[in-house]
Design a protein around this ligand. Structure first.
Ligand SMILES: [Ca+2]
Ligand SMILES: [Ca+2]
Length: 345
């Protein structure tokens, strides 16, 4: 009898233990489900903020076009304005921003606005020499690698099957097979990311050039917005490029401020710069060569817009990046979620 009571007690205790383990388990399951549900709800809100923030930007760009904007310069609202700093929408805020690089290619400041694609080197149109300088001077590649990369970029995008710039006629497929490349598209690049998969491209080279290249537009570079390093890569003599940058900066020596000088047309470019800072004959010749090469413009056809979406008290933020034309039509869009610590605003 005593024994039966004892085993019954042990059984009851076991059942208790089992039940309490189960309840902890079930509790954690419910807890996790709530957590997952809560996260998707936040993500959805962040996506909504991103989309309506971008709709605001698209309207802004379209209105510039409708207002007849033909010349784009860095001291204008699209490039930097408090309008884009914490635009309120839904339950959150949207911050449009871009990073500016100094002459040593380091990030120097952040602006609240868009960045134009016409300030960048277009890898679908740039010449061999421009591409070579891009890979060497901005990418940090050696001269040999820079040349080989420029050649690959041209052979990838041109429609013929002969390797560019070799004395002997060589078939592209055979030539690039030795670098393990089995497919030459013979088509224009549709994304700058395609460059990443070329032979000889290292993560470091890609990281260095990614903010200075584009695949959008006619290939002309806006002389009002191109950075000093891009002007040099285009073939402008160093001192001439520095004088263009000096001219643009205006009296306060800063670009993107009210006193900036703006180029409204390329015909009188040399005279206009000369009136602010004297160009010697070599510098004038260098500028003239660039102007007649038909590689410059004074406007912008495409823009890149990057925005951070924020909900109050949430450390998870949304990051949207779009390429849009000057009618506000989106050509490319990416939305990711980032933690507050993982981006600087
Ligand atoms: Ca080809
Ligand atoms: Ca200025």
């Amino acid at each position: 009898m005593k024994n039966t009571k004892g085993s019954l007690l042990i059984l009851v205790l076991w059942v208790f233990l089992f039940l309490s383990i189960m309840s902890v388990f079930a509790g954690s399951l419910v807890h996790q489900q709530i957590k997952v549900f809560k996260e998707t709800e936040i993500d959805r809100e962040l996506i909504n903020i991103s989309e309506s923030g971008m709709a605001f930007v698209r309207n802004f760009v379209l209105n510039l076009n409708l207002a007849g904007q033909k010349v784009y310069a860095l001291n204008e609202t699209w490039a930097d304005s408090d309008k884009f700093k914490g635009y309120e929408t839904g339950n959150g805020k949207f911050y449009l921003y871009h990073e500016q690089f100094d002459n040593n290619l380091k990030i120097s400041s952040k602006k609240n606005g868009l960045i134009d694609e016409n300030r960048k080197v277009n890898i679908n149109y740039a010449s061999f020499d421009v591409l070579r300088r891009l890979f060497v001077e901005i990418g940090g590649a050696s001269q040999d690698i820079g040349e080989e990369l420029a050649r690959i970029v041209i052979d990838f995008r041109d429609s013929d099957s002969n390797v560019f710039g070799l004395q002997e006629e060589t078939e592209e497929y055979t030539y690039y097979l030795r670098s393990n490349v089995k497919y030459i598209p013979d088509k224009k690049f549709f994304s700058i990311k395609e460059i990443y998969y070329l032979p000889y491209i290292t993560a470091a080279i890609y990281e260095n050039i990614k903010d200075f290249i584009t695949v959008y537009g006619s290939g002309k570079v806006n002389i009002n917005t191109a950075s000093l390093s891009v002007l040099k890569v285009l073939g402008l003599a160093d001192s001439a490029a520095e004088k263009v940058s000096f001219f643009r900066s205006g009296a306060d020596m800063k670009e993107g401020t009210a006193d900036d000088n703006v180029v409204f047309g390329l015909n009188n470019l040399i005279d206009k710069i000369n009136a602010v800072i004297a160009l010697d004959p070599d510098e004038q010749k260098s500028l003239h060569t660039l102007v007649i090469s038909n590689r410059l413009c004074v406007n912008s056809e495409y823009f890149m817009a990057t925005g951070i979406s924020i909900l109050e008290n949430e450390t998870r933020h949304g990051k949207i990046t779009c390429i849009l034309d000057n009618f506000g039509v989106i050509k490319d869009k990416t939305i990711v979620f980032v933690n507050k610590e993982n981006h600087a605003l």
